[in-house]
Design a protein around this ligand. Sequence first.
Ligand SMILES: Cc1cc2nc3c(=O)[nH]c(=O)nc-3n(C[C@H](O)[C@H](O)[C@H](O)COP(=O)(O)OP(=O)(O)OC[C@H]3O[C@@H](n4cnc5c(N)ncnc54)[C@H](O)[C@@H]3O)c2cc1C
Length: 433
Amino acid sequence: MADDFDVIVVGAGMAGSSAAIRLAQGGANVLLAERGAEAGAKNLSGGVLWGHDLDRILPSWWTEMPVERHVIRKRFGFLTADSSVATEFEDPSWRKSPYVAHTVLRARTDAWMAKKAEEAGATVVTSVPVDRLNWEGRRVHGIVQGGETMTAPVTILCDGANSRLSLGTPIRPNERLDWNATELGIKEVYHLDPARIEERFNLGEGEGHAEEWVVGFFPEGIMGGGFLYTNRDTLSVGLILNLGSLYGRKAKSHDLMEQFKLHPTIAARLRGAELVEYGAKLISSGWASRPAAFFGDGWMIAGDAAGFVFSNGLVIQGMNYAVRSGLEAAETALAARSAHDPSAARLAEYEQRLERTSILPDFREFEGLDRIKWNPRFYSAYPQLAAALFHELMTETGAPKATARQALKAARRAAHVSRSTLARDAVDLFFHL
Ligand SMILES: Cc1cc2nc3c(=O)[nH]c(=O)nc-3n(C[C@H](O)[C@H](O)[C@H](O)COP(=O)(O)OP(=O)(O)OC[C@H]3O[C@@H](n4cnc5c(N)ncnc54)[C@H](O)[C@@H]3O)c2cc1C
């Protein structure tokens, strides 16, 4: 019997919609199934979109997509309970069209992407939570939803970090996600008049500011980073928390969010802004959260579902990898369709493509990143050390001036970090960041 579709894509996030657009452009009969009432309704990113891969399917996309602001500046720093140490980066190329990065709100961008998939010829269905993949032995032959089976020779899984459809199957034999390879993202959106945003963050019209912080004052050894991004008339503010360090602790994630927002540096940015939205979502943690395989008979897996998120404190990048992996899966499915061969041997091209793009080389190169990134000293001792050092170097107290070496020694002692530990962590960071 003929299949219902050439390809079924599960999940209309950045990965799924990108795949569906490319497949429809390539002439495939494609179904894009999304559980949310609308594409984007269940999605959440910080979010800075490094979107140049979208050029491949949607030329000049940034002129049409409902993006918020183009980022002209990034700030990165450490927060102690009451101080902050930061460094800032501005680059002239970031100010020029086509811009390198945009702040986005996913409810808007994902709805737009799904519409583009529809316009390209894909069948897009929302409010359709796919129950499971239709396994025939080790082969996937479409999906099952509400007791109904829809078949396709190839199914592309783009169902996000908490990929329920792959858990407990040959794709991810474990029934549960590994908490140590999963992070929790919490985000709130605050309304603020565009003119006030531009004045407060020293921005021109349409320009955006992005900042990321290592938070050094959470209780009970909880590790996490914070972010704040400017949108057109809102601010996105949130935390990325290490799930393993949250487990079994008394502190709740919303209390941590309150503590972050009450920090003097963050509170000053949010002054007068009004909360309009909040949400939370799991985030994959790169190589450690990869599945057992990226393809098999009749299936491929892309985006967060495949663990393709890179976050090292300086940047959080997942949407770009989602777009690119979705596109590579789509190209592979188009080739399989032409060859009338959806076998694993044919779909192995997907992994070869991931190798040729930066995706797999990037993740392999940064394999040790999680160990470095979640070093507890970054979330307590080092923010204290940085604050003590800069206090000494930048404050006139009437006491004799310390040299940088003396100031570092005093700051190290105040933060209880030995010279050898500091040297070891610095070298580790240098080789893995
Ligand atoms: C707080 C936070 C901040 C972030 N900041 C950034 C950032 O600044 N920059 C960046 O690049 N990345 C950022 N990320 C990561 C980024 O959001 C993800 O990498 C990206 O969304 C992955 O896209 P995706 O399409 O793979 O998955 P998702 O965006 O999660 O989309 C998955 C889709 O599948 C649907 N779905 C799930 N299960 C089913 C089912 N059974 N049936 C049907 N549909 C289903 C979901 O509803 C959803 O629409 C951030 C993430 C978080 C949580």
